[in-house]
Design a binder for this molecule. Structure first.
Ligand SMILES: NC(=O)c1ccc[n+]([C@@H]2O[C@H](COP(=O)([O-])OP(=O)(O)OC[C@H]3O[C@@H](n4cnc5c(N)ncnc54)[C@H](OP(=O)(O)O)[C@@H]3O)[C@@H](O)[C@H]2O)c1
Length: 330
């Protein structure tokens, strides 16, 4: 609530854009002032839902709106590259939904353009900006866990074959990896500070997208990570980081505002954090973005673009090992 207020333009008013705008309005002083859709009536309906002043019948018209301070790109993965470049081309800072792009080459193009033009860009990996992850960050920085030796995280949701068609469609860069596995991958990357090895195995859906994967990673200090994801079943969605002195555990839905337990090697609970609220978690990334703009910064220290690029390279490597490609990828 005490982050600076900015005027947002929402590009692509789909499912997450609705959740994001609701969280923004409930928990920050920033507002959605404009929205752009491929169809004017969808933009008008979204604008009416959120009291936005202007509805645009194209994304081009939205990014040219002079009354917008920043663009939130909420289209499918396949479109992020083009839509982020569209916003940057109009000199607009941009918050890009995860996965940042389809692949690392597309991501690098967006980052290069943003850096060349001096414009802020952040990957909307909302978990990274949540209070309980800040607590985990401080546990790591204060070395409460000792030497980190193991990370576990999983993310499974029953989304195929009866869920959103976007997830089943290779042309929209669907599949479990970019939608779901990116959470465990990003969490482990944060916990270990990077990976020195990535080994994946998985299954594919009938449409050719990946349906499930388990990803074993090694960290620079000899730690291991065991990550898994599926769109074929709901799984516990928990996460933990274990060190020589203690471990942190985040119970189910680790990527949402949640509890953090600090446990000793004897399993005794040493401390516990409860989030101030379990609602409106998407507002934290928007607040971070507003703070960047106000401070004249172009990248978030909590998720720098170089880390976004490294995470995209990991996702590319997993897809290479699973032999999953998207049409139109070079
Ligand atoms: N942070 C989170 O918790 C979270 C949760 C779910 C999804 N996401 C991410 O948010 C993004 C969008 O997911 P979503 O579930 O909101 O998708 P969605 O409901 O399908 O909405 C995507 C919107 O993109 C627009 N669009 C532009 N080009 C399109 C194309 N070629 N095909 C289909 N739609 C197109 C459409 O709006 P118009 O046609 O009206 O312009 C559509 O409503 C993805 O990157 C996903 O990973 C994040």
């Amino acid at each position: 609530m005490n982050a600076p207020a900015i005027r947002w333009g929402v590009l692509a008013p789909g499912g997450i854009a609705h959740d994001w705008a609701a969280a923004l309005h409930a928990a920050t002083t920033s507002r959605v002032v404009a929205v752009g859709s491929r169809a004017l009536e969808r933009a008008q309906a979204f604008a009416a839902d959120f009291g936005a002043e202007r509805a645009h019948g194209s994304y081009e018209s939205l990014v040219d709106d002079p009354g917008v301070d920043a663009i939130y790109v909420a289209s499918p993965h396949s479109e992020h590259h083009a839509h982020a470049l569209l916003a940057l081309g109009a000199d607009k800072p941009v918050l890009v939904e995860k996965a940042f792009t389809r692949n690392a080459i597309e991501a690098a193009t967006v980052v290069d353009v943003a850096r060349t033009r001096g414009l802020p860009v952040v990957e909307a990996m909302w978990t990274r900006f949540l209070p309980h992850i800040d607590v985990v960050r401080r546990c790591l920085e204060d070395r409460l866990l000792g030497e980190v030796r193991a990370v576990e995280a999983d993310h499974g949701q029953l989304l195929y074959p009866d869920g959103p068609q976007r997830l089943a469609d290779p042309a929209l860069a669907g599949g479990a990896l970019l939608d779901l596995a990116i959470y465990p991958v990003s969490f482990a990357h944060f916990a270990l500070g990077g990976f020195t090895a990535v080994q994946a195995t998985g299954t594919r859906a009938e449409t050719g997208v990946d349906a499930s994967e388990t990803i074993a990673v090694a960290g620079p200090q000899g730690a291991i990570g065991t990550l898994s994801s599926t769109m074929l079943a709901k799984t516990p969605c928990s996460a933990s980081i274990s060190g020589t002195a203690a471990r942190v555990e985040i119970p189910g839905w680790f990527y949402q505002p949640n509890t953090v337990r600090l446990l000793g090697p004897d399993d005794r609970e040493l401390d516990r954090f409860e989030p101030p609220s379990r609602e409106h978690g998407l507002a934290y990334e928007a607040a971070e973005f507003a703070r960047l703009l106000a401070a004249g910064k172009t990248e978030s220290d909590l998720l720098p673009l170089d880390e976004t690029l490294r995470i995209m390279q990991v996702l590319d490597e997993v897809r290479r090992q699973l032999d999953v490609t998207f049409p139109g990828e070079d």
